[in-house]
Design a protein around this ligand. Sequence first.
Ligand code: SAH
Length: 241
Amino acid sequence: MWEAPYLVTYGVATDKKANATMERDIDESRQRMIDQQLKLRGITNYRVLDAMDRVPREEFVPLEHRDKAYDDCALPIAERQTISQPYTVAFMCQALHLKGTERVLEIGTGSGYGAAVLSLLAKDVYTIERIAELSTHAAETLKRLGYDNVMCGLGDGSHGWPEQAPFDAIVATASSPVLPEPYKEQLTDGGRIVIPIGATREHQAMMRFTLHNGEWTIEDLGYFVFVPLIGSYGWSGDPHT
Ligand code: SAH
């Protein structure tokens, strides 16, 4: 069935006075996000809180949603995808236990926001997206804002990114019916994979797989909702067609 394309506009307002007011509102909203959405719900890792405080989320959301950039929800971006809720981004980053020396793979670049936050927590971030328009736009935003340790790739990230492996941490921001087999092979010993997994597209548990001395530890970190990981090792077909 044909559906009208979803129109998304990015950009910044040019009126100086309006901009100054907007900047102040944004700073306050970001602080509220840190205090009420993150700290109160158990995000305690100060590096994660600091990264969430430093990344301008409003730059990654479409212009028409800019006033909602720090709201407690996911927001639509282009191609019927979403930028994850701030709490979800912080939760996944905290679950990865990053120290700053790691090579991280993110599956599902989307807006590029998650990659920007990760880039402040790790040494290098490789992020892969299956939709060309999103990948191109995210790469431009990340470059414009100076996140130089983020490498953007286009393709089916359910295969991981074999050319850039191994990784010390892998995070999938789209949900899969099972843990894609290639992720296990692309992880260094001592590394962690955080990924939402569910038998249906609607019910997902955030899972953490930790590899230590060749042994896997598997933990269920709770219930979340994500868009599906579409690919060879994820869900087949696009749900919108
Ligand atoms: N991290 C993003 C969240 C994006 S939502 C952000 O901060 O904005 C998840 C993204 O995963 C969507 O953009 C979707 O297109 C992408 N995706 C789904 N299946 C994929 C696959 N097999 N490979 C790469 N990206 C995929």
